[in-house]
Design a protein around this ligand. Structure first.
Ligand code: ADP
Ligand code: MG
Length: 399
C-alpha cells in the first residue's frame, strides 16, 4: 500500500514485481528455477457485511494486489516452503500431516492446503515453494485466502489433480477452518478463486451459487480506493462471536432458520416481536444489508455503477449505528472520503479495524487520500496507507 507521505514506501524486500520476487525467492532458497508460478489475489467485499453466516448475500471482488507462489515438484511426501516475509524455509512431510496443528505459524496455511487435499483423497505431489505477496497481511484483504488459493493452484497443476475451480473454495476453507483453526466463512476463498476481471462475485451463502456481475470501474472512469485504517483490532474475535451469537438467537426467537429468511417487507413485524433493543438493531442491520446487496447487484446488472455509492454509505451507517462494529479511525476515514467527493464509502471486512473502501472518480485518488490523511492527523491517529484497486481475476497460473 502507498502512504500519502513518502515515508510510507514499501520495505525493500517487497519492492519490484511480485511474480519476479517469487521466482527470485525460489532461486535464492533452492538454487534452481521454479517449474511455474501461480497467483491469487486479495479481495475486498464491496457490500454485504456479517451477512455470510446469516445465510445471506455478499458481493466481493478480487484485487490487483496478489500473492504469487513459485513452485517445483520434489520427490517423496516432502514440502518445503519459504515466504519473503519469513526466512528460513519451513519443511514438513507426510508424517506431520496426520492431524491438524502439527505445523504451526504461517506455514500452517500451506500445510493446511496439503492436508485438506490429502483428506479429500488426492495424491499430492511433494513440492518446493517460494511465496511473495503484495497483499497486506492482517488488514482484512484476505492474504490468508490468497496464500491458500495460490498454493492450491500450484499443487493442483503440478500433480495434475482433478479438482475444478468451483470445488476449490471449499477445500481451501477447510484448510483454514480445520487445519489453521480460523472459523471463516466461504466468501474469501470463493472470491480469490472464482472472481473475474471487471466483475464482482454475487455469492448466495446459503446455496453457494455465484453470479459474475459486471463491475467495470475502468470503463466508467471510476476506481476504488482502499484505505488501511491501521486501527488495532480491538477484541475483534470476541465481538465477532458476540454478533454471531446475537444473530443466531434472533433467528431462533423469530422461528426462522437464519436471518436471511426475514425480508425487508417483514422487518417491522419481526422487530415488533423482539423486546431487546440491541437484538433489534442487530437484526435490522442484517436484513437491510442483504437488501442493499440485492439493490447493488440490480444496479450493476443494469450498468449503473455510479449509482451504488449511496448504498455503500448506507451500509456503513448500518454497521456503525446498528451492528456497532466500526471504530473511530474507520468512521473518520469514511467521513473524510465522502467530504472529499467520494461517491460512497464504507468499512469492508468484519470490523473493529481493517480497511475502508471508497468509490471515487479515477482522478480523485490523491485528493481523497490526502483528505483522509489530514483527518487522521487532526485526530492524532497514525498515518493511514492506501491503494487504488480495480476488480481483478481470481487465482491463475502465470507461467
Ligand atoms: P488477512 O487474511 O485479513 O490478511 P489473516 O489473519 O486471516 O489476515 O491471515 C494472515 C496470516 O496469513 C498471516 O499472519 C500469515 O500467517 C499468513 N500469510 C498470509 N500471507 C502470507 C505470506 N505472503 N507469507 C507468509 N504468510 C502469510
Ligand atoms: Mg484472512
Amino acid at each position: 500500500m502507498n502512504g500519502p507521505a513518502a515515508s510510507a514506501a514499501p520495505p525493500a524486500a517487497a519492492s519490484g514485481d511480485v511474480a519476479d520476487r517469487a521466482a527470485a525467492g525460489f532461486h535464492a532458497a533452492y538454487g534452481e528455477e521454479p517449474a511455474g508460478r501461480w497467483a491469487a489475489p486479495g479481495r475486498a467485499n464491496l457490500i454485504g457485511e456479517h451477512t455470510d453466516y446469516n445465510d445471506g448475500f455478499v458481493l466481493p471482488f478480487a484485487l490487483t494486489l496478489r500473492t504469487v507462489v513459485a513452485a517445483a515438484p520434489q520427490p517423496g511426501e516432502r514440502w518445503t516452503v519459504r515466504s519473503e516475509l519469513s526466512d528460513p524455509p519451513v519443511e514438513f512431510d507426510g508424517g506431520q500431516l496426520d492431524t491438524p496443528g502439527r505445523v504451526t505459524g504461517w506455514a500452517a496455511y500451506v500445510a493446511g492446503v496439503v492436508w485438506a487435499l490429502r483428506e479429500a483423497g488426492y495424491d499430492v505431489p511433494g513440492a518446493r515453494l517460494a511465496i511473495a505477496s503484495d497483499v497486506p497481511v492482517g488488514s482484512g484483504l484476505s492474504s490468508s485466502a490468497a496464500i491458500e488459493a495460490a498454493v492450491l493452484a500450484a499443487l493442483v497443476d503440478l500433480g495434475g489433480l482433478d479438482l475444478p475451480a468451483e470445488r476449490q473454495p471449499r477445500l481451501a476453507q477447510r484448510a483454514e477452518n480445520a487445519y489453521v483453526g480460523a472459523p471463516t466463512g466461504i466468501m474469501d476463498q470463493s472470491a480469490v478463486i472464482r472472481c473475474r476481471a471487471g466483475h464482482a462475485l454475487f455469492l448466495d451463502c446459503r446455496s453457494e451459487s455465484v453470479e459474475h456481475v459486471p463491475f467495470d470501474l475502468d470503463a466508467a472512469g471510476l476506481a476504488v480506493l482502499v484505505v488501511d485504517s491501521r486501527a488495532p483490532h480491538r477484541h475483534a474475535d470476541g465481538e465477532y462471536a458476540a454478533r454471531r451469537a446475537a444473530c443466531e438467537r434472533a433467528a431462533a426467537l423469530l422461528g426462522v432458520p437464519a436471518l436471511r429468511d426475514v425480508g425487508v417487507a417483514d422487518l417491522d413485524g419481526a422487530l415488533a416481536r423482539l423486546d431487546d433493543d440491541e437484538i433489534r438493531r442487530r437484526v435490522r442491520h442484517v436484513v437491510t444489508e442483504d437488501q442493499r446487496v440485492l439493490d447493488t447487484v440490480d444496479l450493476l446488472r443494469a450498468g449503473r455503477v455510479r449509482e451504488i455509492g449511496p448504498l455503500l454509505t448506507a451500509s456503513h451507517a448500518s454497521m456503525r449505528d446498528d451492528f456497532e462494529i466500526t471504530v473511530p479511525e474507520i468512521d473518520t476515514a469514511v467521513e473524510a472520503a465522502l467530504a472529499a467527493g467520494a461517491l460512497g464509502a464504507r468499512m469492508t471486512g468484519g470490523g473493529f479495524g481493517g480497511c475502508v473502501l471508497a468509490l471515487i472518480e479515477a482522478d480523485q485518488a490523491d485528493a481523497v487520500a490526502h483528505a483522509v490523511a489530514d483527518a487522521y492527523a487532526d485526530r492524532g491517529f497514525p498515518t493511514p496507507t492506501h491503494v487504488m484497486v480495480l476488480p481483478a481475476p481470481g487465482a491463475t497460473r502465470l507461467s
